[in-house]
Design a protein around this ligand. Structure first.
Ligand code: FMN
Length: 209
């Protein structure tokens, strides 16, 4: 099999579930090349455009935990074709992801582009770094004017990624995307308002004559 993501995901129990559904041959006989263990320009661009993602970690008692991560677009930095990093900002001070990663460095990231109905899944190993551990890295990945308190850095080493199909993704738009798409309508409304005001002015002038 040359399918990096599936090499990780296909545990014996997953294989049994696939066999029960008659889907095991689909993956055990996979002949394509989806190593997907190096980010190409496509993944790098996709990751750099995101302003949020979800990160799953695993607790030492075996529970999965998913947390939303957000920041300015591009806050998840692509350092090279196998390495990502982001600043962990102060939040509710539960430190669940931080604690989980101390015992188990496995993470799964889920990145969504709702307007394009595209999603990217990433298996990685996470390393927690103090802000002063690597000042050059910290300076490189910190968005200075973001206004949140940085507490640590998470550096992620890619194991494998995979793309998902657009099925069942409802397009959603950020306020900025909505405003950009609506700009021509807003311009038209402004123009019509100006024309309306000018027509009223002319009408008022005629009524006075
Ligand atoms: C003031 C504040 C309150 C927050 N409250 C919550 C909350 O109640 N539940 C939650 O899931 N995230 C909350 N968050 C977001 C998390 O704190 C944030 O995602 C953090 O990075 C989670 O870290 P952890 O996964 O290590 O626990 C809050 C953030 C801030 C700044």
């Amino acid at each position: 099999m040359t399918y990096g993501f599936m090499d990780i995901a296909l545990t014996p129990a997953v294989r049994r579930a696939q066999a029960e559904m008659g889907a095991d041959r689909l993956w055990s006989d996979f002949k394509g090349h989806r190593e997907f263990d190096r980010f190409s320009a496509r993944e790098a661009a996709f990751i750099t455009e995101r302003d949020s993602f979800y990160m799953a970690s695993v607790s030492e008692t075996g529970w999965p935990y998913v947390q939303h991560r957000g920041g300015p677009a591009g806050f998840l930095k692509v350092l090279d074709d196998r390495t990502l990093a982001f600043v962990d900002y102060r939040g509710n001070r539960q430190y669940i992801s931080t604690g989980n990663l101390a015992e188990n460095d496995r993470v799964c990231l889920f990145l969504m582009d709702y307007p394009a109905r595209t999603r990217l899944k990433i298996y990685a190993r996470a390393e927690k770094l103090a802000l002063d551990a690597d000042p050059v890295l910290t300076a490189k990945i910190t968005d200075g004017d973001y206004g949140a308190k940085a507490e640590r850095i998470f550096k992620l080493t890619l194991e494998a990624y995979d793309w998902n199909c657009p099925q069942h993704i409802v397009p959603r738009y950020t306020e900025a995307e909505f405003m950009a798409a609506s700009q021509h309508l807003l311009d038209m409304v402004s123009q019509l308002k100006r024309e309306n005001a000018a027509l009223h002015e002319r009408l008022d002038g005629r009524q006075k004559d």
